[in-house]
Design a protein around this ligand. Structure first.
Ligand code: HEC
Length: 160
């Protein structure tokens, strides 16, 4: 009984100490694993956005209403290469080593993606259907163009 009471007091004290303990300082940069997860999440959301844009355009949605997702995709395309930082090289992922051994080629493919998504966002804002459809096809081609060389193919068929 007494032992139980001591244990309870000890537990409360420890809990209290944990409550007042200083939180571990937040690292000033994302960890390599966080970068890998962030780029994979961005890719997943890029695939979902592309599907949304295709469907909405096919269903005759006003293009201005698609400017928000299209410009979000363009923002991602603009910074995406930074998520393939050198310190993520050896981590498990579906990136081929060529992302880092042929950085110039990878950057060129990323540049095509950035240009196509920028054109897409501009076409949506301008309500220009012909330009939007052309840009949509270029975006899809830029995903495939990069994956062919720099991505380990998915085990089962996936969009992109
Ligand atoms: C410049 C190259 C490049 C472009 C452009 C690109 N990707 Fe990727 N993508 C990759 C690489 C490399 C991976 C593997 C990432 C990893 O696992 O580290 C990947 C992974 C993915 C994945 C799997 C993510 C996961 O959860 O594991 C999807 C889905 C995807 N891309 C979709 C797209 C779509 C859709 C587009 C175009 C709208 C696109 N990608 C454009 C290089 C690219």
């Amino acid at each position: 009984m007494k032992a139980a009471r001591i244990a309870l007091v000890a537990a409360l004290l420890c809990g209290g100490a944990a409550l007042y303990a200083k939180p571990a300082p937040r690292p000033s940069a994302p960890s390599p694993q966080e970068l890998v997860t962030t780029r994979q999440a961005g890719m997943d959301m890029a695939a979902a956005t592309l599907t949304l844009l295709k469907n909405a355009s096919n269903n005759g949605a006003p293009l201005k209403s698609l400017a928000f997702p299209a410009s979000g995709l363009a923002k991602f395309a603009g910074v995406m290469p930074a998520l393939f930082a050198d310190n993520t090289k050896g981590l498990p992922s579906r990136s081929r080593p060529s992302v880092w051994t042929d950085r110039a080629g990878f950057q060129a493919k990323a540049g095509e993606f950035a240009a196509a998504t920028k054109a897409l966002a501009a076409a949506a804002a301008a309500e220009d259907k012909a330009a939007f459809d052309t840009a949509l096809a270029s975006v899809g081609a830029s995903c495939k163009g990069c994956h062919e060389t720099y991505q380990v193919p998915p085990p089962a068929a996936k969009p992109g």
